[in-house]
Structures are given as structure tokens and as C-alpha cells.
Write a new protein. Structure first.
Length: 554
């Protein structure tokens, strides 16, 4: 039968075509830009290219870059911190590229969680999804807590619970109103972050070259004294390596939420084109926004500066603020504080968005109750959003001094969850890669083909697993044992393994043989899309000049 198809040459230009769908082929939706597997519910494809590109940026940039980068420099020194961020930037890029290849091939709500179900086994997808959902639900209150603390920089006389309530209302409105409003909000937040980072980089270079009010030319003075590298636990080169290694986890979580593009795939217009465009730019974003920022910080503030060791929770602990105040620029703290505050709210909103889509994906795979698939008229899975917001009130624990300790411990036990998710993405990709090989599919047929595969996935996955198991190495050194630090570092590993074992037996799950992984349906859809595009181009070539002009304008 004849099926009309829509495809997009760019974000705003729609072309139409007609294809023939053979009888008995699997059900499908023909939606804005591509022929995609039918979701079981009514999520809408409202995210455009600019949304996905800015979401990818905003999802990566949080309070860590603005505030926590100073602690990394204190631990590893300016060059050690620079190397740590660059190294983790390469790992992040590897995760992004593999995620992009799978997500453009099979764009689903729930992203990498459902890919693990389809390409490895259901138990892994279920364990990964519930673990990731829980960690996001706890991370969101943490971001809100940071935002409330930042606001107290201006109004310490107002109880932070007031600001927390305001931020929660904002996040509730954004997440219930639909993907398009979320996308537009992230465009605004991301634009503000980008402008601040670029401004800080330029201002930092100016200060370093002596352009500040004090006209003191710093150059690479602080790389010589107190030094380019710091040591950790022991002296010498071993201590320098341990300092570098101990900062990898901090650097990794500055790059958190890189998988947002995968989770938003089912709500993206023309995902087979837009997702690859977004992930291809990841490496350059890492270099510009992180590596260059850390480089600039390392040349304008010494690693032994006492102000870097103060945990105020406000912009006062930002290495940029410290450097600019020393140079005689006094207006920067308030500006940076305002942007970091919006970053915290943006990150909290992103966590709820990702958590709800993860829960929706679990429900669609039969790994969570079907009620989580109910959508409102905006195409928002409102039950999943409500469930993801259920843990948000625990942020009020941070108002009390004693409760804040418990709240902080709660947050810390989720810190390894992101790295576990990244490692699972690489395992899933390798299964996808070798399934294609076993079933004689060429990677040239893919919408996006990432470079140096499967070596990128093997190297990235191996390094991530090593980091996960050795992230808390310091607690095993003589005199360093701390039960709280040990648990906050490693408790997420047995939690994840426990979930996996539970679902393994509960679902009677088995690893899917490579030759039984269903790739054929998706490749059929990709070929149909290509046929539609070719037929549309032929139709356009046969149109009269005036008809082509009409279609171009309207």
C-alpha cells in the first residue's frame, strides 16, 4: 500500500514522498522526518535540531565546571587537572560517538536503556534503567540544593526552603508542559552558559596577559611556583600519577548526562539526521568548554591558594572569581553566581526529563508498570514525570544541618552510576557491532558510522571499568580508611549487580545470541526512508519552476 512519508533536508524545510509498504510489514509511525518503529504510546516528536544541539551542551555543563574545577586543581595541580579533563574528555567523546551510532540507528524513548534490552538481554536493560532512574531522581534535588545555596550569596536572610520551593515549581512546570518547552528552556540555559564560559575564557586570558586593573602579567608563573603537578598520598612520580587518577572521577562527573541525546531520541524530529549532527560536535565542545577552561584557570590562580579549599557552595569558591578578585575585578562574583544558579536549575530539570523518559522506556519494554506510559495532550508521560519528581522533596533535608549529612551521603552513593551507565553503553555497542557482523550487515548502511570502531568502544569500555573499580583506591592506603567514603564510592556497584541478578531470575532473562538480535526491522525502515528521499528528489526535479518556488516558500 502507498504510505506518505515526511523527510527533512534541514530543520525547517519539509519535503514529502510516497513509498510502498509491503503487506505484513511491522507497524510503524510516519512522523516528522523519518519512518520509525511505533511506540506504544503518544510521545510527540517536538525536539528540533537546535533543541538537541543545545540540550547536548546544557546536559554536559553543570555546577562542576564553574565551582568544582578549583578542587581538581588543588589536588592534581594545573597540568595534572588539564590532563585529567582532557583524558576524560576523550572517554566522554567515545561514549557520545557510540551512543550516537546506536541512537540514530534505533531512536527510542529510554535510549541506551532499551538498547541494552534489545542488543544484550532484558535483565541488563532493566537493571541499568532502574539504577539510572534512581540516581537521576536523587541528583535532581542535589542540583536544586546547590541552586538554593547560590541564591543565599545575595539574600542570606531568606530561608533556603523558599528558594527550593520556587525552583521545584519551575521544574514541575517545565517537565509537565511537554518536550518542546523543555527544549526551549534548555536553549536559553545553554546559551547563557556558553556566553559565560566564553566570557570567562577571554577575561581569564586578558588577566593572564596583564590586562586587569592591576596590570600584573602572570604568564605561566603558577606552573613554576607552586608547580605544574601536585602529589597525592605519596611523593614523587607515583604521587603525581595518583593525584591525576584521583581527579578522573571529578572530571567524569563534570561531563555527566552526555547520554541525554540518546534518551531524547524518540522525541526528536528526524533523529537519524539530527542525532549524528549533535554527537559529531561533542569533541569540539569538550575541548572548548572544558579543556580550555581548565587551562585558563590553571594559569590565573595558584593551586595552593587557600580560597580554593573553602567549600562555600557559592561563586566565592570558583577559581575564576578568585582570580578576578585578585586582579581587582569585583563585579564578576554576582554575574557568575547568577549563571551558575541557572545552571543548577537547568541540570535539575534535565535530571527529571531524563528520569521520566527512562521510566517510560522501562514501561514500554515491560520492565515497569504500564501506567508510566500514559501521556497528556502535550505528549508528556505525566505519570513517569510525577514518579520521577517524587523524591524531589528530600532536598528540604539539606536545610537542616544534621539532615544535610544524610542527604549528602544519599547523593554520594549514586556517583558511580553514571560511569556504570557509560560502561554498559560500550558493552551494548559491541554487541550491536558484532551482531551486524554475524548477520552480514554493512556499517555503510547506517545513518551514522562512528570512527575507529570497534576499537573505540573496546578502549572506552575497558578504561571506564578500571576507573569504576579503582575510583576509591585512596581509602585502602594506610591511615586513609573511612567507612563513609568507602560506601559512597562503591555501594552503587552491589546495588547494580543486585538489580541485575534479581531481574535475571525474575524475568528468566538470557543473553540474546548475536544472530537472533533483531536488526532487520530497523534496516528495513532505513531503506524505506532512503527510497522515499530519492523519489522525492525525482519528483522535485520534474516540478515546474513556479511549483518549486511555491514549495520553497511555503
Amino acid at each position: 500500500m502507498a504510505v506518505p512519508v515526511s523527510s527533512f533536508d534541514d530543520e525547517d524545510k519539509e519535503v514529502t514522498a510516497t513509498i510502498t509498504q509491503s503487506p505484513g510489514s511491522h507497524s510503524q509511525d510516519i512522523e516528522d522526518g523519518s519512518i520509525l518503529p511505533r511506540e506504544s504510546s503518544s510521545i510527540k516528536r517536538d525536539l528540533k535540531g537546535r533543541h538537541i544541539n543545545m540540550i547536548a551542551i546544557a546536559g554536559m555543563i553543570g555546577t562542576g565546571l564553574f565551582l568544582a574545577s578549583g578542587k581538581v586543581i588543588v589536588t592534581a595541580g594545573p597540568v595534572g587537572a588539564l590532563l585529567a579533563y582532557f583524558f576524560m574528555g576523550l572517554i566522554t567523546s567515545g561514549v557520545s560517538f557510540t551512543t550516537g551510532e546506536i541512537s540514530s540507528f534505533m531512536p527510542l524513548s529510554g535510549g541506551f536503556v532499551r538498547h541494552a534490552t534489545r542488543f544484550v538481554e532484558p535483565a541488563l536493560g532493566a537493571a541499568l534503567g532502574w539504577n539510572f532512574w534512581y540516581s537521576l531522581c536523587v541528583t535532581a534535588p542535589a542540583e536544586l540544593s546547590a541552586a538554593a545555596t547560590l541564591v543565599q550569596f545575595w539574600r542570606p536572610d531568606i530561608n533556603p526552603a523558599v528558594w527550593l520551593s520556587v525552583f521545584i515549581v519551575c521544574i514541575v512546570v517545565i517537565n509537565f508542559a511537554g518536550a518542546r518547552l523543555y527544549g526551549e528552556s534548555e536553549v536559553v540555559f545553554a546559551s547563557i552558559k556558553i556566553l559565560l564560559i566564553l566570557g570567562l575564557i577571554i577575561a581569564g586570558i586578558v588577566v593572564d596577559l596583564g590586562g586587569g586593573p592591576d596590570h600584573d602579567r602572570l604568564g605561566f608563573r603558577y606552573w613554576k611556583n607552586p608547580g605544574a603537578f601536585n602529589t597525592f598520598l605519596v611523593d614523587g612520580n607515583t604521587g603525581r600519577f595518583l593525584a591525576f587518577w584521583s581527579t578522573l572521577v571529578s572530571a567524569a562527573f563534570s561531563y555527566n548526562n552526555i547520554q541525554v541525546v540518546s534518551l531524547a531520541g524518540a522525541e526528536t524530529i528526524n533523529p537519524r539526521k539530527i542525532i549524528p549532527q549533535a554527537v559529531k560536535k561533542t569533541f569540539y565542545r569538550v575541548i572548548i568548554f572544558y579543556v580550555i577552561s581548565i587551562f585558563v584557570v590553571g594559569i590565573i590562580v595558584p593551586s595552593n591558594d587557600a580560597s580554593l579549599k573553602i567549600s562555600s557552595g557559592t561563586a566565592a569558591e570558583s577559581p575564576f572569581v578568585i582570580a578576578f578578585q585578585r586582579a581587582g575585578i569585583s563585579a564578576l562574583p554576582s554575574i557568575i553566581n547568577a549563571v551558575v544558579c541557572t545552571s543548577a536549575v537547568s541540570s535539575g530539570s534535565a535530571c527529571i526529563f531524563l528520569a521520566s523518559r527512562t521510566l517510560y522506556g522501562l514501561s514500554d519494554e515491560g520492565q515497569a508498570p504500564k501506567i508510566f506510559m500514559r501521556c497528556n495532550r502535550f505528549g508528556t508521560p505525566y505519570v513517569a514525570v510525577a514518579a520521577s519528581l517524587a523524591l524531589t522533596p528530600i532536598v528540604y533535608m539539606s536545610v537542616s544541618t544534621n539532615a544535610s549529612v544524610v542527604f549528602g551521603w544519599f547523593v554520594n552513593i549514586t556517583t558511580v552510576s553514571g560511569l556504570i551507565s557509560w560502561a554498559a553503553i560500550e558493552i551494548t555497542y559491541l554487541r550491536f557491532y558484532y551482531a551486524m557482523e554475524a548477520q552480514n550487515y554493512s556499517r555503510d548502511e547506517l545513518p551514522y558510522k562512528s570512527a575507529f570502531q570497534p576499537y573505540t568502544a573496546w578502549a572506552t569500555g575497558f578504561i571506564l571499568i578500571v576507573i569504576i573499580f579503582f575510583s576509591g583506591f585512596y581509602v585502602f592506603f594506610p591511615g586513609q580508611w573511612n567507612i563513609s567514603s568507602f560506601l559512597s564510592t562503591y555501594i552503587n556497584i552491589p546495588i547494580f549487580l543486585g538489580l541485575y541478578i534479581f531481574f535475571k531470575f525474575y524475568m528468566k532473562s538470557k543473553i540474546i545470541p548475536l544472530d537472533e538480535i533483531n536488526l532487520a526491522d530497523e534496516f528495513d525502515l532505513i531503506r524505506l526512508e532512503k527510497t522515499a528521499i530519492v523519489e522525492e528528489e525525482l519528483e522535485k526535479a520534474n516540478r515546474s519552476f513556479w511549483l518549486r518556488l511555491y514549495h520553497k516558500i511555503f
